[in-house]
Design a protein. Structure first.
Length: 187
């Protein structure tokens, strides 16, 4: 007999919730199936009905997060948004789990996956055409700078709004550090 979809979804979500609870406390690579099952309130055989192993669960949660952020980005693009509102909406969609995955105890393969999915969407806001010489280097630089700023923003408990962090990033991307400092000193 097949299980009801809502029960299946609820059980899967309990494993996901247990994963995040553990990931907040320890390196993802150290999470064991036994911990997950104990915290979720199920046995190992139930876990294996849903996931092959902890890596499979990690891929599942990463896929869901990327889908969410990509969906927000695509929705923002369809609204003909400005770069500030585009990035503001995308950054607002990035919840704590993304920062866990990007952090020192996270998954080193997650950032390249995020780049692969989001760079094509975000690159249209760069002041350089994708066919330009060294475009790939520019995108890599901007991407690294943005994720560095986002990580710092998260560490500071998002002390400024998503729109403000987006505007800061835009100023730095379009005007560089020298341009940004020059503008700030004139104020």
């Amino acid at each position: 007999m097949k299980k009801q979809p809502e029960i299946t979804d609820r059980t899967r979500q309990k494993f996901v919730d247990a994963f995040w609870a553990l990931a907040k406390k320890k390196p993802i690579s150290k999470i064991a199936v036994s911990e997950l099952t104990r915290l979720a309130g199920y046995n190992r055989s139930t876990f294996y009905e849903y996931f092959l192993d902890t890596d499979d669960l990690l891929s599942y949660v990463e896929d869901k997060l990327i889908e969410k952020v990509k969906g927000v980005a695509q929705e923002s693009l369809s609204d003909d948004s400005s770069p500030t509102s585009f990035f503001g909406m995308v950054f607002s969609a990035m919840n704590e789990e993304i920062y866990i995955l990007l952090g020192p105890n996270g998954d080193s393969s997650f950032l390249p996956r995020v780049r692969t999915e989001l760079v094509p969407l975000a690159s249209q806001y760069l002041p350089v055409h994708p066919d330009s010489e060294n475009f790939d280097y520019l995108v890599t630089f901007v991407n690294s700078a943005m994720f560095g700023l986002l990580e710092r923003w998260h560490e500071k408990n998002k002390d400024i709004s998503p729109e403000e962090i987006s505007e800061l990033m835009q100023k730095l991307v379009y005007g560089g550090v020298r341009g940004y400092i020059g503008r700030e000193s004139e104020m």
